[in-house]
Design a protein around this ligand. Structure first.
Ligand code: PNS
Length: 170
């Protein structure tokens, strides 16, 4: 059997899918599901950004992600603030998995990948987004839903329900 170099200190292959997830979309879910097939443990890391109020509180986002990823036994969901590389270091995670929707994503993602690698040696793996979701973002989902557009094919049913309830309140 061919064996390659293992990550230092652990035989468990871990990766993180980071993001704001305000809220999680089918595009995110697709990337998380694919990462969960490639790694032993996948952390979904929800960024706490105190300077930007989201539609959902971080705890609500986490709860939604936990519920819609409940079938993936190797996926865990946590909040983080500060640097993503510190989250990775604390949990012995050598890889960040990111979806790339289009070339326009690439410039900024490349900068972040290079910065993160320079800071701590963590690698970034890019997964091409399923073309069905290449236009999809949480911001667009919120905007379309705010004006009564149909987003039922873009988010899991539970998220759709949460979105409708939240937007009714506003
Ligand atoms: O879903 P988003 O908002 O596009 O996710 C962006 C995220 C959370 C992946 C990115 O902003 C991030 O990693 N933030 C953590 C702070 C950090 O490590 N910044 C340096 C990046 S090089």
């Amino acid at each position: 059997m061919m064996t390659g170099p293992k990550s230092e200190g652990s035989q468990v292959r871990r990766a993180v899918c980071p993001g704001s997830f305000d809220p999680i979309t089918n595009g995110h879910l697709d990337i998380i599901g694919r990462a969960s097939k490639l790694y032993d443990e996948v952390y979904v890391a929800v960024m706490i950004n105190k300077s930007k109020k989201g539609l959902f509180e971080v705890e609500e986002r986490i709860e939604l992600i936990r519920e819609v990823t409940a079938d993936y036994e190797n996926v865990r969901v946590e909040a983080f603030h500060g640097l993503l590389v510190d989250f990775c270091k604390q949990r012995d995670i050598p890889a960040i998995v990111k979806g790339l929707r289009a070339v326009s994503d690439f410039d900024y993602e490349l900068q972040m990948a290079q910065m993160n690698n320079g800071l701590s040696g963590v690698e970034t793996l890019f997964v091409p987004t399923n073309p069905t979701y290449s236009f999809l973002s949480s911001s667009l989902v919120k905007e379309v839903a705010t004006w009564g557009g149909d987003v039922s094919h873009l988010v899991p049913p539970l998220v759709l329900q949460a979105l409708n309830e939240r937007l009714k309140q506003d």
